[in-house]
Design a protein around this ligand. Structure first.
Ligand code: DQA
Length: 147
């Protein structure tokens, strides 16, 4: 059996982590977060790929091109607006976990609405960078038990 492959997708402005509103998003950079996920993947025997874009269409193109077992996505501001990203994820019928660094439900009302959440396998929010590693552990465990 081939190695499980999980794609991590980061939406707009997440390339600025480390300096961007550290009170909400912590001090780790996106490079730090990606490295930690790849290392965690190594320990779980999961291939982890990462991708960030500030452009909705680029995220849609990337999603359409994926041939992976699962997706971890922090759609950032597109969470609250993007039917296109929702439709792309449905089109490839690959399970995905929606991730947020901050607890979006504690914040402005416009962050309470997600275009993806009802079709997500699960959601993790509010644990900072750890939200991603919790998602990787959870998705890995569930995909393993289905094989
Ligand atoms: C975010 C929350 C979104 O509301 C916001 O637009 C982001 C980041 C988070 O990780 O907490 O850019 O997805």
């Amino acid at each position: 059996m081939s190695m499980m492959h999980i794609q991590v997708l980061h939406g707009p402005n997440l390339n600025m982590l480390g300096t961007r509103e550290p009170g909400h998003y912590g001090s780790q950079t996106l490079v730090d977060i990606n490295q930690d996920l790849i290392l965690l993947g190594d320990s779980l025997n999961v291939q982890v790929s990462t991708f960030q874009s500030n452009h909705e269409g680029e995220l849609v193109d990337k999603i359409q091109s994926l041939k992976v077992d699962g997706i971890i996505i922090n759609p950032a501001a597109y969470t609250h607006t993007s039917i296109a990203i929702r439709d792309a994820l449905l089109a490839i019928s690959t399970p995905f976990v929606e991730v947020h660094l901050s607890n979006v439900h504690q914040r402005e009302d416009f962050r309470h609405k997600s275009m993806l959440v009802d079709v997500a396998h699960g959601v993790i929010a509010g644990f900072g960078a750890m939200s991603y590693s919790l998602a990787l552990r959870g998705l890995h465990q569930q995909l393993s038990s289905q094989q």
